[in-house]
Design a protein around this ligand. Structure first.
Ligand code: NDP
Length: 328
């Protein structure tokens, strides 16, 4: 395993990490979740990602039980939660980033995960109805209380992140250490262009999500029949299928798949290695519904050197979506 600093912080996260969205407490049973966690940990993954909304709190319960059962040394892993969407409750103070919800969601996550502190605590989305000062003061307070160690954002704009940084500077508080954006061969603008400056100025770390765009960067949706038992076939996830499996992407996936096969690897390995090659990515969060997927995806660590400048240009020509920096 390779370990990277989380931005300018002193914390080291495994370059590949593991998350539980749509799988734990939902698509897969606890025994499969346990096999996945155990395999990930045994192979050097040290960061495990979760959120209050995942399976409406059940994902954290499943993960907490597994960690307890496997008796992992608390100093050997990094665990996260995220607040904003609420768990199974969604009343006016049971979602968002108010001091009340951030503190209560933290307490709930600690209980469900059965840990004394969260290593990383994310604001899962920006909240226009809470002043940024309230968010920064609350996160700083949770750090002072020892309930969280680092805080960050997810799907915030560069401007919103910088507002939080400015408030932290003004009051001498601890600002956000990391952002959790989507990053894959089809979603690139935030990581490659929007944040370009703030990696340098504030040393932002990134824990990127959906490296396979929810599983479409594989060969399974190229087959004639829609594959059974996959995320995009799940009831209630029609919106995700519509958003990710767009018609114009299929020929690109087909061409990417052929390129990966020419390199002697699978498309998911090539797509994950591509994300890993970005030096501003602190960790690529993997998702898996089967052990075989995780085993395959972990091989991407050793594939980074296959992505030579020539191969990268071929990838660019296929996806044809290089984000353009502003002209000024
Ligand atoms: P991916 O884009 O990598 O999708 C993972 C899914 O793709 C798996 O569950 C599986 O689904 C399929 N898959 C994975 N590997 C393979 C393979 N080798 N062959 C075929 N199919 C494969 O990542 P996620 O979307 O799961 O995101 C990863 C993590 O990021 C999440 O668990 C979560 O922790 C975090 N996240 C954060 C968000 C945020 O807003 N901050 C939003 C979304 C995710 P299946 O078998 O069912 O088809």
């Amino acid at each position: 395993m390779e370990y990277r600093r989380l931005g300018k912080s002193g914390l080291k996260v495994s370059a590949l990490s593991f998350g539980s969205w749509l799988t734990f407490g939902k698509q897969i049973g606890a025994p499969t979740a346990e096999k996945l966690m155990a395999y990930a940990y045994e192979n050097g993954i040290n960061f495990f990602d979760n959120a209050e909304i995942y399976a409406q709190g059940k994902s954290e319960i499943v993960m907490g039980r597994i960690i307890k059962k496997l008796k992992w040394d608390r100093t050997s892993f990094v665990i996260s939660s995220k607040a904003y969407f609420g768990d199974y409750r969604n009343g006016p103070n049971q979602t968002g980033l108010s001091r009340k919800h951030l503190v209560e969601a933290c307490h709930h996550a600690l209980k469900r995960l059965q840990v004394d502190y969260l290593d990383l605590y994310f604001c899962h989305r920006p909240d226009k109805q809470t002043p940024i000062e309230e968010v920064v003061w609350t996160m700083n307070h949770l750090i002072q209380q020892g309930k969280i160690l680092y805080w960050g954002t997810s799907e915030w704009s560069a401007q919103e992140i910088m507002e939080a940084q400015m408030v932290a500077k003004e009051y001498r508080l601890i600002g956000p250490t990391m952002e959790q954006p989507q990053y894959n061969l089809f979603e690139r603008a935030k990581v490659e262009v929007e944040f370009a400056q703030i990696y340098k100025t504030v040393g932002l770390g990134t824990t990127i999500w959906s490296p396979l765009a929810s599983g479409i960067l594989t060969d399974k949706y190229l087959r004639k029949n829609f594959p059974k038992g996959t995320r995009l076939g799940m009831d209630g996830l029609e919106w995700l299928k519509e958003r990710t499996l767009q018609d114009d992407r299929l020929p690109k996936i087909q061409a990417l798949n052929e390129l990966a096969l020419d390199l002697g690897i699978s498309l998911p390995r090539m797509a994950i290695a591509w994300a890993l090659r970005n030096p501003n990515v602190s960790t690529v969060i993997l998702g898996a519904s089967k052990l075989a997927q995780l085993k395959e995806n972990l091989k991407a660590l050793g594939d980074q050197d296959l992505l030579t400048p020539d191969v990268l240009e071929k990838i660019e020509a296929i996806v044809d979506n290089r984000p353009v920096p502003p002209a000024w």
